[in-house]
Design a protein around this ligand. Structure first.
Ligand code: ADP
Ligand code: MG
Length: 248
């Protein structure tokens, strides 16, 4: 396949976005290689969510280029559909359908978007529920699960679409402390499997363990981007130093 040869999974070139008058993303430049794990951190309101939401077109940028898996994001609806299929996203608030069982949550998109027959969709779902270590909860409803379990279902649900890229937006921020580790462990396993990942998180332990590069954003800009060693031990910018001193 042509795309298989493309070593770059995501390119952002001079990306700019405004919410009305407010300049929320400023000249973002980034190349993410296939299989690369990137952690994005930065103060609240710095544009982290907006940036990753632009990558699967939940938000639109106004200037510059975003290319995902060789496809440029523009107004072509066909492109957007294709991107959504290849890019999985996990949010802070799991966003599971409360009236559907765990298994049904996992089968919905594969059946309706990818047109996979139910039996096959269920088999795939069980495979991923096993991978996130909750196959025995398949028949339960989300409300019957703990926050950590729900987030692992959300990860499994995304994986059922066989995405090539996974985006995470503060996946552990809404969790009680004792549940954070089980979700991070799932993410670490996913990282080890070679998935291309962009994770907005303030879990710096996770960043140190799995990130190939860490990005610091502030005021809508990428202020600093370095491998974790360099990033944590020798932060270049004052703003990065200040941020790290506050969270570490
Ligand atoms: P972060 O994820 O880093 O906390 P966001 O990307 O959510 O930051 O938000 C960046 C800035 O854009 C914030 O100042 C926020 O208030 C603003 N913002 C976010 N979404 C919208 C929106 N839909 N309309 C207007 N402003 C928004
Ligand atoms: Mg955010």
């Amino acid at each position: 396949m042509e795309q298989e040869k493309n070593p770059i999974a995501i390119t952002l070139r001079e990306v700019n976005k405004w919410y009305g008058e407010f300049h929320v993303l400023k000249n973002l430049n980034l190349d993410v290689s296939r299989g690369e794990r990137i952690v994005i951190c930065g103060p609240s309101g710095s544009g982290k969510s907006t940036m990753i939401r632009c990558i699967n077109r939940l938000e639109e940028h106004q200037k510059g280029q975003i290319i995902v898996d060789g496809i440029e994001l523009n107004n072509d609806i066909k492109n957007i559909d294709q991107i959504r299929r290849e890019v999985g996203m996990v949010f802070q608030h799991f966003n599971l359908f409360p009236h559907l069982t765990v298994l049904e949550n996992c089968c919905l998109a594969p059946m309706w978007v990818r047109k996979i027959p139910r039996k096959e969709a269920e088999a795939t779902a069980m495979e991923y529920l096993e991978r996130v270590k909750i196959p025995h909860q398949a028949k339960k409803f989300p409300g019957q699960l703990s926050g950590g379990q729900q987030q692992r279902v959300a990860i499994a649900r995304s994986l059922c679409m066989k995405p090539r890229i996974m985006l995470f937006d503060e996946p552990t921020s809404a969790l009680d402390p004792e549940m954070i580790k089980e979700v991070l462990d799932t993410m670490i396993e996913l990282a080890e499997s070679g998935m291309t990942m962009l994770c907005v998180t303030h879990e710096m332990g996770f960043a140190k363990t799995v990130a190939d590069r860490v990005i610091f954003m502030d005021g809508g800009e990428i202020i600093e981007m370095n491998p974790p060693d360099e990033f944590f031990n020798h932060p270049q910018h004052e703003r990065t130093q200040l941020f790290l001193s506050q969270i570490l």
